[in-house]
Design a protein around this ligand. Sequence first.
Ligand SMILES: Cc1cc2nc3c(=O)[nH]c(=O)nc-3n(C[C@H](O)[C@H](O)[C@H](O)COP(=O)(O)O)c2cc1C
Length: 417
Amino acid sequence: MIDRRGALRLGGGAVLAGGVLRAIDQGLIIPRDRPGLAAWDDWNRHRHSGPLALVSAAILAASPHNTQPWRFAIGRYGVDIFEVPERALGAMDPFGRERLLGLGAAVHTMALASTGIDRRAAVSLLPDAANPLHVAMIELGPEGQRTVPHPLLPAIGRRHTDRGPYRGGAVVDRALATLAGAARSDAVRIALFAADSARGRRFGALTIDATAAIAADDAMMAASHAWFRHSRRDQDRLMDGLSVATSGVSPWLAAAAAILPEQSAASEGRYWLDATRDSAVPTASLFGLILVPDLADRRATLLAGAAWQRLHLLATALGLSAQPLNQLPEMIDRQRQLRQPPGYARAVDALLDDPAWRPTFAFRIGHPLSPPGASPRRPVSMVIGQPARLAYDVGRAGAETRAQEAALARRLQKQAR
Ligand SMILES: Cc1cc2nc3c(=O)[nH]c(=O)nc-3n(C[C@H](O)[C@H](O)[C@H](O)COP(=O)(O)O)c2cc1C
């Protein structure tokens, strides 16, 4: 018969064996390739050329909870990007506003990448009134035009959301001016506040408050949890979502957490609140908002996403760290969805020079303590969709052929005279 102590010993052995098995499963004991990280290498090593290079850059863009809500159609004359509404964040993003911000970020990286393939690009946002999911069309000029590679191209493969503690201290004025200039469109404004200013302190307090509200909202936390990839198997298979590895904890703690049983949505909420209150807010140098006149305007939202992408790339190039802190805009949407009094929308008025401009994106910037890791991406081959460009390409090839025929006819006429 096994006594109590023996049973405990056996139980402890089972827990230990379970931990070892989990450690092997999570790739901690026998190192394995991480297929979700190959996309970074593909871009950094220029493995794709022509229009595919644009997609290779686009998939590295930021997206809410790393949902990667995009599909691309490639043609000889360019690339189209489509929204995939099924890759959604539910109660966390009830109007799909954040999804569109991520798509705007992807469009911006494509525009930048076009400067590296020697073809001029023209970007049209929402080009097809009959198909609102057609987010942007990027038309490429003929091959062989000399373009000057954009100085931010190398930052595309180095930009990572840094959720860890920062070093503190101010951001120098020259860097501030560079960051403030990231909007590049009259449809979008950027407001920056030093973390130790009155507005900075108010931003921090409101963000902590909004985090507590989200952590207490079961539907929001369930939506967030659905994009959390705890097991290494899911990370390698799905190549999207969030994980402990990019949550801002040290690599040692991330390895330890990977051995523990899967966290619940509620414990993720508690961790998020603690990290926001004790680390993200107190160690930031700068807070900021990206503002638009109308939160429901799809074009302005795309441009705001592009502004965030540019801002984060500029921060990366300046050696600064950045993290979106979107709890406030998320709670503004959530209160609207639930038809509750707009408490968070009114509270942010105190942060704005002109309350007619509304915050669609919130973030922090600071000096890094340790380099943030890359998060997974589905590779180019997995995000190329239906040949939706075909009709457009055929039309454009037809127009080009007709123009060449007309030029030939004119030349023949001239020769005949
Ligand atoms: C619209 C939008 C909202 C986001 N909100 C948050 C946020 O509130 N907190 C956070 O840590 N990251 C946030 N992110 C960052 C994404 O989680 C991140 O871009 C994604 O996981 C991919 O990781 P990467 O940026 O390191 O490539 C947001 C990104 C976008 C585009």
